[in-house]
Design a protein around this ligand. Structure first.
Ligand code: 5AD
Ligand code: SF4
Length: 475
């Protein structure tokens, strides 16, 4: 039996029971307690080195960085490039495709020739969704830890060293953010998670189950963490959340107030946020794009599909018209804004004509860049059992057509930038001698040569455009 079915009898949040009775629930409430660790392994020396492998979204990248900092605080060092680590954390993603199967093959690949393996922790959304099942299927895994519980890794590692295996997929009341060590060293562009979880329950999506209900981190904590990121080298901060624009503090202040407070940090040059839901795109936040210079002219606002029947079946609670009306307002506030989105093709029941509506919407909006995916049935979500599952070859063809249309849009956006002068944040060296890579305000990758350093903000003239990047000349 799958772990999620077993857990229906466990503590299931009323919210989910009310909405989808009989659906599986991933919000398991097992915790790492010595009494609960079922199996024992051989004891092992404490790990001296670690490697964290993060898959999926930017939130996972952020969580991976925080886990790395936590391990470093425990005196565990990053494994040198090319060398095996004593402890491997697989920070997994469950949003699409056969995520769980991929994890099992990754675990298999960690096995050494003599049959032994490093200490393995499975973290992230697959850990949350699969829980104990991972322990059963993968005997070499010592720790399974969900996205809300990874601050407890040190205790789990201590257990593992003693030979005890543990699962912690709790969504505790204490927040990991209060326990994690302070940020020390970051690159010029840093992530800051301000909001987690989702209450929107789109019918195809696992996030409300794996990440839990929407929570917003407190205003002052975020301003403090942002200041520390800036002290540690960040010039740009991207605020992260599964529904980042749903961020509210206890007093009801919206994301624009937080952005305003961060904009007052003198050495912070740029602020971005992702990912947003159309229903939380308030007039206040739209006005921030007009009023706050440090807020970059870029908006990732997924629409998912261009047909209202499909949007309704997805439980998106917006229509194409209401989505377009928001974009009109955003463009009125910030005419040069670059727009981005996510699309799913082949949602159950999507007809050819409904898919064509998505292509029309893309042509109408003129996106700067987008992500597009084939629908992937996620066990336990309502869409997984809907009639009219679309065959893979149809999805393949639709995805190809959509991506061709999106590419045309992206190239047009990049070409329209030629001749513009803009500030580029230098992020790293390019492949070629003397070449540097950075980002324009519109999140385009720009390469150029010249005497600069990582973290500099330099003025560049954009001279050539490809589909995925532009070349520039230092002014
Ligand atoms: N199948 C395909 N794409 C999905 N996404 C979320 N769930 C699924 C799924 N089951 C996409 C959505 C979302 C992005 C992060 O991933 O487009 O915006
Ligand atoms: Fe998933 Fe985003 Fe819908 Fe939430 S709003 S359920 S995270 S697709």
């Amino acid at each position: 039996m799958r772990s999620c079915e077993r857990l229906l009898d466990d503590v299931v949040p009323d919210l989910i029971r009310d909405r989808w009775p009989n659906k599986c629930d991933f919000r398991q409430r097992s915790r790492a307690k010595p009494g609960m660790t079922k199996d024992t392994m051989h004891s092992t020396p404490p790990p001296r080195t670690y490697r964290v492998k993060s898959f999926g979204c930017q939130m996972n990248v952020y969580d991976g960085e925080r886990m790395a900092e936590l391990l470093a605080q425990q005196g565990i060092a990053p494994a040198p490039e090319g060398e095996e680590a004593d402890l491997v954390v697989l920070n997994t993603c469950h949003i699409r495709e056969k995520a769980a199967e991929k994890v099992y093959s990754d675990i298999g690949r960690l096995r050494r020739e003599d049959g032994t393996a490093p200490l393995i922790a499975v973290a992230g959304c697959v850990a949350q969704a699969e829980g104990e099942e991972i322990m059963t299927r993968a005997p070499s895994v010592s720790m399974v830890v969900g996205p809300q519980a990874y601050h407890r890794l040190p205790a789990m590692i201590a257990d593992a060293v003693e030979g005890r295996r543990s699962v912690d997929t709790d969504m505790p009341t204490e927040t990991k953010f209060d326990v994690l060590p302070a940020r020390r060293k970051v690159g010029p562009s840093a992530f800051l998670t301000v909001q987690e979880g989702c209450d929107k329950f789109c019918t195809y999506c696992v996030v409300p189950y794996t990440r839990g209900a929407e929570i917003s981190r407190p205003f002052n904590d975020l301003v403090e963490e942002a200041k520390r990121l800036v002290d540690a080298g960040a010039r740009e901060i991207t605020l992260l959340g599964q529904n980042v624009n749903a961020w509210r503090d206890a007093g009801g202040r919206g994301l624009e107030r937080l952005i305003e407070a961060l904009a007052a940090i003198p050495a912070l040059a740029r602020i971005r946020y992702t990912t947003s839901h159309p229903n939380d795109m308030t007039d206040g936040l739209i006005a921030a794009h007009r009023d706050i210079e440090k807020l970059m002219p870029f908006l990732h606002l997924p629409v998912q599909a261009g047909n209202d029947r499909v949007l309704k079946a997805m439980n998106r609670s917006h229509t194409t018209a209401s989505y377009l009306a928001i974009l009109d307002k955003v463009r009125a506030a910030r005419p040069d804004i670059a727009l981005s989105g996510d699309f799913i093709v082949g949602f159950p029941g999507e007809t050819d004509a409904e898919f064509e509506d998505t292509l029309k919407l893309v042509e109408q909006v003129g996106y700067a860049q987008c992500f597009s995916f084939k629908y992937s049935a996620r066990p336990g979500t309502p869409a997984a059992t809907m009639d009219g599952q679309v065959p893979l070859d149809v999805m393949d063809e639709r995805l190809q057509r959509l991506q061709t249309t999106l590419n045309v849009s992206q190239i047009a956006f990049n070409r329209a930038s030629i001749g513009k002068r803009c500030v580029v944040l230098v992020e790293r060296r390019g492949k070629h001698e003397g070449q540097w890579l950075g980002k324009s305000p519109w999140l385009q990758s720009v390469h150029f040569t010249g005497e600069v350093a990582i973290g500099d903000l330099v003025e560049v003239e954009l001279v050539e455009a490809g589909p995925n990047s532009l070349s520039g000349q230092l002014v």
